[in-house]
Write a protein that binds this ligand. Sequence first.
Ligand code: NOJ
Ligand code: CA
Length: 673
Amino acid sequence: MRLGIGVFFALLSLSAGAEGVSSPDGSIRFELSFAQTEDPSETYPVYTVTFDDEEIIRPSRLGLRADDRDDFSTGLSRVTVARKTSDTTWEQPWGERRFVRDHNNQAIYTLRFDAFEMAVHVRVFDDGLAFRYAIPEQDGLDIRTVDELTQFVVNRSGTAFWQTGDGHEGYEHLYQATDIDDVTTAHTPITLRLDTGTHLSFHEAALIDYPAYRLIAQGDGRFDVDLRPWSDGTKARVSLPFLSPWRTIQLARSATGLLDSDLILNLNEPNVLGDVSWVEPGKYAGIWWEIHRGLGTWSTGPRHAATTAAAKAKIDFAAEYGFDGVLAEGWNIGWDGDWVGEPIQDLTRSVRGFDLPAVARYARDSGVRLVGHQETGGHVTHYEKQMDAAFDLLERHGVRQVKTGYVGRTGSLKRVDDNGVTHFEHKDGQFAVRHHMTNILKAAERRISINTHEPVKDTGLRRTYPNWLSREGSRGQEFNVWGDPGNPPEHEVMLAYTRLLSGPMDFTPGVFDLDFEISGKPRRVQTTLAKQLALYVTIYSPIQMVPDMRENYERYRDAFQFIVDVPTDWEESVALAGEVGDFVAFARKERGGDDWYLGAITDEQARDLSLPLGFLDDGQSYRATIYSDGPDAHWETSPYEYVIRQSTVNNKNTLELKLAPGGGAAIRFEPEE
Ligand code: NOJ
Ligand code: CA
């Protein structure tokens, strides 16, 4: 179907000039207009976006198709608009910053078609905009399914930073940088750097009971929203009143401008869980990396890793260094044989060698909490059947945090229907979205927080459900064991501008043994040791793992001190410098303390950074402990070469940092008396 863009406001009851919404600072403008196909009865809403008077989004279609009918595309006769300005500040229970300002201009456009009406809600902030669809209950309208017609038509050429989100690796592909024209199918967030220097990111917010979307490139800058279907091909199953997630466009003049945005959180509803003081950010060690390293097994047998004795030793390690939790993977029955996609994980029974009550008690007595693990193997129905009992068990033993997992390719989640028929669903389709919500709510009933691996993408729901602490949802540290050749030096830099725009990630930074063998083959973590420290600051997550083994940390005990000290919950965060895929530097102030921390990382290029310390509190001098790459450090040839030095600084100073190829720097600033 061809779209002739004939704009005809005269037909509508909108007064000329009132058809747009601007950001509070006036720099961003969303405009609504209408286009017709050759059939004059078919009229579509289209929108454009300008930023500093630069047209960013050319006329792009908005709309829904409900039950494959044209209720919302034929006979558009009237448009009314209601407007509002909102300027509030809200407090996060945990996060990158304590106080978040939510300042935006809003419009609700009600579109009256032949028989029915729908609405487009728009919010424009200084750092981007969002829109969503609403279909109210109305006489004679009964809909079961919805598909979406949303487009983003990008006006300019530039570079896209993206990955498909498909196939065996799902969300765990490396990001690639290509011309915008060379994107094929991309999941979100996808980041674009236009030739004019404008940066933007497409994503979504408040994904509830609806599928996630991918973008399918149609050529000439046009990207169509493609909802992840159910196994029967249906896109979204809905009832009235219907409200879609927000479709978001972050906009910034520089790469770092994308990093300070709270747009996604601001578009989510406030906390519905009430008192969430039981949600605990912090650091956790675990019986984990040694299994990935091949030094033990999840399965039972002579090399089984999660023994009572090993768990107690990890708890001793965590207690000694002040870490909050200890994960034990392979604690339960179900890891013997092929467990992926099979209904064999028993999350209510521990294996004989792992005395759950004794380990949990030992942890409690040591001031550490056991972190639960629930690997589903992607068999969601099997998991849902035992979820209540599994959470009850962990709650009884004082577990407050559970890592879940959904191993398997993206279209492989198993759903067994009431007739016993098995269906294979996407990890980011509506089935998965519903499952995760059930999981979060059942956990919340027991004051348990969740860290989801192989999850659906993050869309800011941590604001509404603060017990959804973190998730994986991208290629983590573990690929340095699995992957051949592992994560390249630019990977963690790329994450800052792409995946991490959506929310916290359980990446598991902090590996100190950077070269090892797996099955007789050499493997390299392609960073310096100093960069591993910096990742605790550049990758935001309220829970961070301390994954490596005690002996590897104690070999570099002075560098390990940074991991011991660095907090995971922040009063404020500031993106200091960076370019997409090249380098990034963040400063963050400890929540409930006076210390500042700084992390800077680079890709395979060495870099000299000059960072003004204007973020430090005024009138205060600080002792800076600087962990940086040594003069000859290089991820490939000398990754362990680091230097630790101290100096006195204040917010008038500029810090000079030298980052090695694949390197980084981590700094703690403590106020001086
Ligand atoms: C994949 C997760 O990302 C990893 O952390 C975990 O160890 C394995 N699944 C087993 O559950
Ligand atoms: Ca994973």
